[in-house]
Design a protein around this ligand. Structure first.
Ligand SMILES: [Zn+2]
Length: 134
């Protein structure tokens, strides 16, 4: 059964978001809530777990979060322990960020690949994304 994500808008530091714990939501953090709509549409056609949260991060929040983690990414990062995927909101608006052959939906599917395999294996995640990004 597929889980449908709700759209919510919260302007707060990520740590605070983590502590509230809404499941099945996309949260706008530092970006207009409208900018979550394409992500919401994509997420609802992907098989994300019901207790997962997706946070669309504005550039400032994104940069701040990337300073904290050792595994940096250009587009998205998933915390499998806390069940959170942080996606750079600009990935949905700036085609130069994702590149010609990668869509924002693919980025989400790739993160879901990590969730499904429960691993950091890029090859497995990418394989999953290729099978599910359309
Ligand atoms: Zn990856």
């Amino acid at each position: 059964m597929r889980v449908f994500f709700r759209l919510s808008c919260i302007l707060a530091p990520l740590l605070w978001l983590v502590s509230i714990g809404y499941a099945s939501t996309i949260q706008a953090a530092g970006v207009p809530v409208e900018s979550c709509k394409p992500a919401l549409a994509a997420v609802n056609t992907l098989d994300f777990p019901s207790d997962w949260r997706i946070i669309m991060a504005g550039e400032k929040l994104w940069a701040g979060e990337m300073e904290k983690v050792d595994h940096t990414s250009q587009l998205a990062v998933t915390d499998r322990k806390q069940h959170i995927t942080l996606i750079r909101a600009a990935a949905f608006t700036d085609p130069n960020l994702t590149g010609k052959y990668i869509t924002a939906r693919h980025v989400l599917a790739h993160e879901l690949g990590h969730i499904k395999c429960g691993c950091n294996d890029e090859w497995k995640a990418e394989n999953y994304a290729n099978a599910h990004d359309h």
